[in-house]
Design a protein around this ligand. Structure first.
Ligand code: ATP
Length: 199
């Protein structure tokens, strides 16, 4: 049987429960065998904005995924110099797993920026592009920008958590319980992350 592999890129600065629910929904609704989290070294559209180091973001993403056998973390973009372009990553996965069906996952805010990406048409030809919209689970919404390549949309649970909010909670000295797994909250505290970052 063809392996169906989901790829979830992001800055994961820090990773949070919204990312986990996106992955759970993709696994269940799309019948994926596995989701690979791919932390970006430098997301081209967020250049200069990351608050934690690449090593810290990688470690926190590993703590988020923990021992769930359906998910893993791949440092492929951290091992590459310069800006992290998804097309390079998808080409590498395609070369390494020629028989797999690749499903490139993204949230709505990310999908809105697709036209600004490097070679989005090539990306769409190598992987299924799937946007997880933050509607009610099971009710697909269609507010996609018109794009010259196919993009699927499925509804995911509305989890109103962002990394921006997690960072601002740290700055305000508020607890992170429920926003991130306890292991990630502990990592943030022990490494004194985000306390003094400016947005
Ligand atoms: P920031 O607040 O710093 O912009 P973020 O919380 O959006 O960060 P990213 O690492 O940029 O986190 O997101 C990785 C992917 O996860 C993106 O495709 C984004 O759209 C998606 N995503 C982030 N938060 C959620 C959420 N609460 N529900 C569904 N998808 C999400």
């Amino acid at each position: 049987m063809t392996e169906r592999l989901g790829l979830l890129g992001g800055t994961f600065d820090p990773p949070h429960v919204g990312h986990l629910f996106l992955a759970y929904t993709a696994l269940e609704e799309l019948g994926l065998d596995h989701v690979v989290f791919v932390p970006a070294r430098q997301q081209p559209l967020k250049a200069g904005r990351d608050a934690a180091s690449a090593a810290d973001r990688l470690e926190m993403t590993r703590l988020l995924v923990a021992d769930d056998p359906r998910m893993s973390v791949d440092p492929i973009e951290l091992d590459r110099d310069g800006l992290s372009y998804s097309i390079d990553t998808v080409r590498a996965f395609r070369a390494a797993r020629p028989g797999a069906e690749l499903v490139f996952l993204m949230g709505e805010d990310t999908a809105a920026t697709l036209p600004k990406w490097r070679e989005p048409e090539a990306l769409a030809s190598l992987a299924r592009l799937v946007v997880l919209t933050r509607g009610r689970a099971g009710s697909a919404e269609t507010s996609a920008p018109a794009l010259p390549f196919p993009v699927e949309r499925i509804a995911t649970r509305r989890i109103d958590v962002s990394a921006t909010e997690v960072r601002s909670r740290v700055r305000a000295g508020l607890p992170l319980r429920g926003f991130v797994p306890d292991a990630v909250a502990r990592y943030i505290a022990e490494h004194d992350l985000y306390r003094t970052t400016t947005e």
